[in-house]
Design a protein around this ligand. Structure first.
Ligand SMILES: Nc1ncnc2c1ncn2[C@@H]1O[C@H](COP(=O)(O)OP(=O)(O)OP(=O)(O)O)[C@@H](O)[C@H]1O
Length: 941
């Protein structure tokens, strides 16, 4: 049984209970009924202060939550039982969700004390990865989506595009009320799905989804919810003209089903906090598929620098609203030039105004998570503290507006205008709810004095009663002459008059005995009893009235959900713009410029710009935003990539190729987010997509062979890239033999250049590939260099024109400590590929593989062959003369060597000369100089 089946097996009514159905106690019978009704989840059944599960479900709960498996015994049998305390259920629920369970909470829906007989219970909430609303189970910085995918036949689609939207995709974040819908062809829809990465997915009929690179819970849901009519009906509760919101039947079905499932999870009620359904076209954003998001490390770090991601570098947000918005912006950079410039203007205005930035940060840091708060208000789950938090946030709004008053940007002005101060809501909450209310809303102390006359009246009665009681002590002392007489109160017996034993003879006749203690007696009088009843009645009435009033206030606030959400929206944008400005100032970022006039967006670069200087990526002194923060020094590098050009990037391992390529892409992504960029200056095109094919070792978990995966990603790129795309290829073709790999790399380069016209950066260890620059103007070489200083190889990390010297694999292998004989054999094979064609490729691959494995520990590099020559010299000094071998005079004697050396330039001499030339005498200590001399002399001898 697989894991899914194991989980399913504990859903539904336990078979052993069904077998004993007629004999079950009323409570267990109620449990079995609820399990039958909710057979897609583990039913957690409230019994007093615990949620209990029975039988198979109990075993699963005990195992997963690590709680004790006990038993419930009654006349009908012994039932395995496991319970989790309601007070701190969140941690246990999280474990159940993590283990892949759906959970239905069956709560007591009537007061146990008031129930006559069995307490009524009902499933009030279905908790699944996509429908959680509990703050403790949610990540404040990420939207938690529930997604639905639907598919229709082509004929049914209303899209006019040739690639009609046969797939619809909708997501709902039930914790905030965000609802998005889109439609596209299969490939694009899958990409979008990966990008949104819903935590849970309901899949419509015939969708036939492939294995997804993220891991959503796939939930079976009534196929009927995907029917067009049913979906329209569901959507109409959220949008008066459902067909105007969506663009295709597939979209309608997806959004209808997503909303229907979210309603079902919430106990079949309308999602009041979903006030807007937003339709978008994926093509309105820079498309970053999941591979690109991963390999550019936008949100997850794949390197040892755990936690270093673009998001973490940028995340200077002051509130959760901003944090989620920043994530959304990074996931979806813009392609609309006007919108990008508007954001850049806003960031620039804030960069120029340190005071506004500081004020904004200050005010925004006291802003609560309004989106989730308003959703709780609508779901009637908000308590009095939530409403006070709403007020605290609204109190900040005028101050945020003030902070923006002097800033000069249209977008900031628009955001300022959309900051409705919501005085009505603010005053309502301010007047109604006390400033520091208790958590419980049923026990009074929530509603402020002066808000409701009736409540004030009742409170007045209770207060007068309490005052009467507090004066009673003095009165009775006087009346009885007992100075030690005390009036007190306890929960069980209520008010009493306490008289110590020696004074009992002075107790008046109207005192009635209430309680006997060791040294005293407690009494009450009819009048005290009457007052006590009055006080208690008044308190109970006050509590009940307070609860009713609170619910009314909460309902009134809920009717303003849309306005509150609009404020939340503006605050989120402001926090991100402020953050981008803070980051830009702190890290010395520059405002990027885009080619062409402001109206141009993707696809609008004219033909003249297509090959000219204006159309490409031009970055002066660019930096990698994450790597530069992780180390003491970072070498800035320029990029000059004409539109449609292919730059072949060579250089030793660890020299900085990948960092460089990623930094170019990140600069472009950041610019389209509307952020300043880590560079001195940047002139950029508006890209439509960024493709990455980076790293050969990262797909092991994918179930496909590495090479297969690599090739399918390459296929994706070759099919989908356009002249407006940026393509990063890192060592494509490495997963197969050298000859095949090189051929594929070459063909892909030519195709990207000739057919696609995408601007491409291609890092490669295939030096033969660099020849591709010879016969195509738009293909050119860049390389990374290294220098040898103080006897150590130092990476310069600076990019230069032209190809790097031949291969490094063998040299690096040697420096890594690979046995000399292996290195020698590898060199033979590299030098004479034709002599042992079959083995050559493999050997080269192996040597590079070893070198790659040694990355991080080894310092290896070469500057235009310096190291290669040096190592070559070293090796030849200790072994056979390779040159001699090539000449076919393999017999090793000093004489033949000398003859050959006289006839042709001697590589050993050259190597020694090169090493001398390279030696940095300024930085060399006398001892190092002596050592070097002795080494060189040894080699010559
Ligand atoms: N411009 C730079 N300035 C300073 N340090 C850098 C720079 N570029 C890269 N580095 C450092 O060098 C390390 C290796 O860089 P990178 O992974 O880009 O090398 P590579 O040439 O792609 O290596 P390989 O060919 O093995 O994949 C980085 O982790 C970083 O620490």
């Amino acid at each position: 049984m697989n894991a899914d089946a194991q989980r399913e097996a504990v859903y539904g009514a336990p078979p052993e209970m069904l077998a004993a159905r007629d004999d079950l106690t009323p409570m267990l019978s109620q449990y079995a009924d609820l399990c039958e009704e909710h057979d897609d989840a583990v039913v957690l059944f409230q019994v007093g202060d615990f949620y209990e599960a029975f039988c198979g479900a109990a075993e699963a709960v005990a195992r997963t939550c690590e709680v004790t498996l006990t038993q419930r015994e009654d006349s009908t049998g012994t039932w395995p039982m496991a319970g989790i305390p309601i007070d701190n259920a969140a941690g246990y629920l999280e474990r159940l969700l993590d283990a892949g369970y759906r959970v239905a909470l069956a709560e007591q829906v009537e007061d146990a004390e008031e129930a006559s007989g069995l307490v009524d219970r009902a499933v009030t909430q279905l908790i699944t990865p996509g429908t959680v609303v509990d703050e403790e189970l949610l990540d404040a910085g990420r939207a938690t989506y529930l997604g639905a995918v639907a598919r229709v036949g082509d004929g049914e689609s209303r899209h006019s595009d040739a690639d009609a939207a046969t797939y619809g995709l909708a997501v709902v974040d039930v914790s905030t009320g965000e609802c998005l819908v889109t439609g596209a062809d299969r490939a694009l829809a899958l990409e979008e799905l990966e990008r949104l990465a819903p935590a849970e997915l309901v899949v419509g009929p015939d969708c036939d989804l492939p294995d997804l690179p993220f891991d959503p819970m796939e939930t079976p849901f009534e196929p009927g919810a995907f029917d067009a009519d049913a979906a329209r009906e569901t959507l109409s509760a959220y949008a008066p003209r459902p067909d105007a919101v969506v663009e295709s039947a597939a979209e309608l079905r997806a959004v209808g089903a997503a909303l229907a499932y979210a309603e079902y999870a919430q106990g079949d009620s309308k999602l009041e906090y979903v006030t807007r359904v937003t339709r978008f076209d994926p093509r309105e954003f820079l498309q970053l598929d999941a591979t690109a998001i991963r390999s550019l490390e936008l949100f997850e770090s794949r390197s040892a620098r755990a936690g270093s991601t673009l998001f973490s570098v940028l995340d200077e947000t002051a509130c959760a609203l901003g944090r989620r918005r920043l994530e959304a912006w990074l996931r979806r950079p813009l392609v609309d030039r006007d919108r990008i410039e508007a954001r850049l203007d806003a960031v620039e205005a804030l960069c120029d105004d340190a005071l506004a930035r500081a004020d904004l940060r200050d005010h925004l840091s006291s802003v609560y998570d309004l989106e989730r708060l308003v959703a709780r208000v609508s779901r009637e789950r908000a308590d009095a503290r939530d409403l006070r938090s709403l007020k605290t946030t609204l109190d900040r709004v005028p101050k945020v507006r003030e902070a923006l008053a002097g800033t000069d940007s249209d977008l900031l002005a628009d955001l300022r205008d959309s900051l409705d101060e919501l005085e009505d809501v603010r005053d309502l909450v301010g007047d109604a709810v006390v400033s520091d209310p208790p958590q419980e809303i049923t026990e009074g102390g929530v509603i402020a004095d002066g808000f409701d006359a009736e409540l004030d009246d009742i409170r007045g009665t209770a207060e007068a009663g309490r005052e009467w009681v507090s004066n009673l002590e003095a009165r009775e002392q006087e009346r009885t002459g007992i100075d030690s007489l005390e009036v007190g109160y306890n929960q069980v017996h209520g008010y009493y008059i306490e008289v110590t034993n020696p004074n009992l003879d002075r107790v008046p006749d109207d005192y009635q005995r209430r309680q006997t203690l060791k040294n005293s007696e407690r009494f009450y009088t009819p009048e005290l009893k009457e007052r006590e009843d009055e006080i208690l009645r008044a308190s109970d009435r006050a509590d009940a009235l307070e609860y009713d009033l609170f619910c009314e206030v909460r309902a009134d606030v809920a009717t303003e959900s849309a306005r509150i959400q609009a404020v939340a929206d503006a605050l989120a944008d402001l926090d991100v713009l402020r953050t981008l400005a803070d980051v830009a100032v702190a890290n010395d970022y520059a405002r990027p410029e885009f080619h062409g006039d402001a109206a141009s967006s993707v696809g609008s670069t004219d033909e003249a710009g297509a090959t000219g200087e204006t159309g490409g990526i031009h970055i002066d002194a660019g930096r990698h935003p994450v790597v530069e923060r992780a180390q003491d020094e970072f070498v800035p590098n320029p990029a000059a990539l004409p539109r449609g050009s292919v730059a072949l990037v060579t250089g030793p391992n660890m020299s900085g190729k990948s960092t460089y390529m990623r930094q170019v892409a990140l600069v472009c992504v950041l610019a389209q987010v509307g952020s300043f960029v880590p560079a001195k200056s940047a002139q950029l095109p508006v890209l439509d997509r960024v493709f990455t094919r980076i790293g050969a070792s990262d797909d092991i978990a994918g179930g496909q062979s590495t090479f297969m995966r690599e090739m399918s990603e390459l296929t994706e790129i070759l099919h989908n890239a356009t002249g407006d795309s940026l393509v990063l290829l890192d060592e494509v073709g490495r997963g197969t033999s050298t000859a095949d790999g090189l051929a594929i790399a070459r063909a892909a380069t030519e195709f990207l250049h000739d057919e696609v016209g995408a601007t491409t950066l291609f890092a490669t260890h295939y030096h033969d590939l660099t020849d591709a620059a010879d016969d195509r103007e738009g293909v050119f070489n860049l390389h990374f260099t290294a220098a040898r200083r103080d006897g150590e190889v130092t990476f310069l990390h600076s990019v230069a024109d032209g190809p790097s010297s031949s291969s490094y694999g063998v040299e690096v292998a040697q420096l890594a400590g690979v046995p000399a004989s292996v290195v020698k054999r590898a060199r033979n094979l590299v030098d004479e590929p034709d002599a042992d064609a079959e083995g050559a490729g493999d050997a080269e691959d192996d040597a590079e593989g070893v070198a790659a494995a040694a990355n991080g520990e080894v310092a290896e590099a070469a500057e235009d062959g310096t190291l290669a020559a040096y190592v070559d010299g070293l090796e030849n000094g200790h072994g056979e003369n390779e040159h001699q071998k090539r000449e076919g005079t393999a017999t090793s004697t000093t004489a033949t060597t000398a003859t050959a050396a006289a006839a042709e330039p001697n590589p050993e001499l050259e190597a020694v000369a090169e090493a001398l030339r390279e030696a940095d005498l300024v930085d060399t200590t006398p001892l190092e100089a002596l050592n070097l001399l002795s080494e060189l002399k040894g080699r010559l001898e």
